[in-house]
Design a protein. Structure first.
Length: 150
């Protein structure tokens, strides 16, 4: 019985670590996953993608290599035509005193001991979700980049 219990715990923890690893991709891991897209880029674009940067004129494949998948996509229609906007979002949390980029680990002292764990239950919830980066495409090329300044 103990062997079965330990096997189930091991399987669950392995699944958690594999899932966490899959969520944290880098430009290098995305390049390794899509070498054909990377090889089609110019040397200047390849250098930017390696640094996780995007530039005017890049195509959606290059942007995905540099930044990953967007959090949401919207369409914008103006007199110049229709544009596709990729939003890369960030959530901040308010703990009563300070606003923090999240998620993060916090310390609390329940009655039964000390605990370190992930938020957001230490707060009332997210204070704001905002675009920290936006990329605008027209005709399949980047025409505008909006970046939050620290």
């Amino acid at each position: 019985m103990k062997i079965l219990k330990n096997s189930l715990i091991f399987a669950a923890m392995t699944g958690i670590f594999i899932g966490v690893g899959a969520c944290t991709s880098t430009p290098q891991s995305r390049i390794a996953s899509h070498p054909g897209v990377f090889d089609r880029l110019t040397p200047e674009e390849q250098a930017m993608v390696r640094q996780g940067r995007v530039g005017i004129g890049m195509d959606p494949g290059a942007v995905k290599l540099a930044l990953g998948d967007p959090d949401r996509v919207t369409l914008e229609t103006t007199a110049k035509g229709q544009s596709e906007v990729w939003h890369y979002q960030q959530t901040v949390y308010y703990d009563g005193d300070f606003v923090y980029p999240g998620p993060y680990w916090y310390h609390r002292r329940p009655y039964w001991g000390t605990y370190w764990g992930p938020g957001p239950w230490a707060f009332d919830g997210p204070a704001a979700v905002y675009d920290h980066f936006r990329v605008v495409f027209r005709d399949g090329k980047v025409v505008s980049i909006h970046q939050e300044v620290p």
